[in-house]
Design a protein around this ligand. Sequence first.
Ligand code: NDP
Length: 455
Amino acid sequence: MATLTKNASVENEVKKFIKRLSERNPNETEFIQAVEEVVESILPFIKNHKKYSDPFILDRLCEPERVIMFNIPWLDDKGNYRLNRGYRVQMNSAIGPYKGGLRFHPSVNLSILKFLAFEQVFKNSLTTLPLGGAKGGADFDPKGKTDNEIMKFCQSYMTEMYRYIGADVDIPAGDIGVNEKEIGYMFGQYKRLKTQFNGVITGKGLSFGGSPLRPEATGYGTVYFAREMLKKQGEKLDGKTAVISGAGNVALFAAEKLIEHNVKVLAVSDSGGFMFIKDGLMQDVLEKLMEFKFEKRGRLKKFAEEHNYDFYNGEKPWAVKCDMAFPCATQNEIYGEEAQKLVDNGCKLVSEGANMPSTKEAIDVFKKNKILYGPGKAANAGGVAISGLEMVQNSNHRPWTREEVNEELRNIMRDIHDECTEYGNDGNGFVDYVKGANIAGFIKVADAMIAQGLV
Ligand code: NDP
């Protein structure tokens, strides 16, 4: 195990811990990256708090409670047999049943899902809701697939997964490549196999148990978090400029909330490149873009051509001059040099809609330049928070209104911001939100693990 050693300096201890973790989990670069960021923040805290000094707490936090891997056979429209690999990583259930999204993307592998599940443990703890951490998905690419193929794939995925999940056991949701449509197909198959209609999966359509505002929650929440960071500095969103990466669920709802706050959104992107909108994205164009992306899974380049916007093939939007950046696409999309470019161009705030979009080098640049930097596990926790409220609505058999949910979302994002401030404040008015989020998330999970003994 990657057990901590006594009497070593914190820096050495982090290095040793990560070395042993890497040996135990070879080639899992994303997982190691996510753990390193957390361990760097919480080891100094652990050293000063005897209660948490049992090294096995950290070891167990880094070891999934269960990993499920399975094959997913399905038939394409031409009658060919197809095969994908499916996963569910049940990371930690100390504070509640496992909860976390499903990602369908060709890049999906065990390392990526373990990093996402690990992050989810801390994120779910920050929401203050009783949710453990998990993540799952498959190396399936929904792009270019017909509706019929997507339905068959989702049904085959659930034909294996249904054994390991349940409304009080493990409650999946969406992530990259998994939106309301895929959730609907998976929920339908679960219901058929189990003959149970319950809150086993969140992100459902409104007509069968979904929560108002769940599709919007992550993007809106990321903007609410940015607003809190600005408010603490006596500043506002209004009148600022922003650049967003991604053009999916998180990105486009972040854009919508920013526009509502009079922010000029100068760019959005997809894996083909970024679209530059000199005068700022307007709500009517955004609505067309949502339809184009959500209904047709269209390419941004085509949309830019059709609407006469500049499109930068294969480029990321980080060289666009802006006040704020919202990375909302995927992991490791801002490298050190790109972070430096953002800073040099006057960017003062980064709020992460995506999970781990900034590399370690990028985070170092943000910290060194005292950028208001909201890490994903805090800034994008709005999605899972509203998923948690969807579970409450399902078990009470009473849906809430959009206004009730929005109010809760705003409150939860404010509370997460305050938790980060409590543990990340350096005493001179600067908040290290990474440190704050990691420590605040850790305490609740560690307390529950200690109370439950060695299980
Ligand atoms: P979507 O599938 O709806 O959108 C993803 C977007 O990111 C697409 O525009 C996609 O472009 C782009 N993208 C994906 N991979 C890459 C890549 N390797 N390089 C460049 N662009 C890429 O996913 P979501 O919006 O749901 O998720 C986005 C991020 O937010 C992820 O990191 C996810 O983990 C995180 N997140 C999502 C939550 C949710 O509620 N959905 C909750 C919390 C975090 P293209 O279509 O060309 O692939």
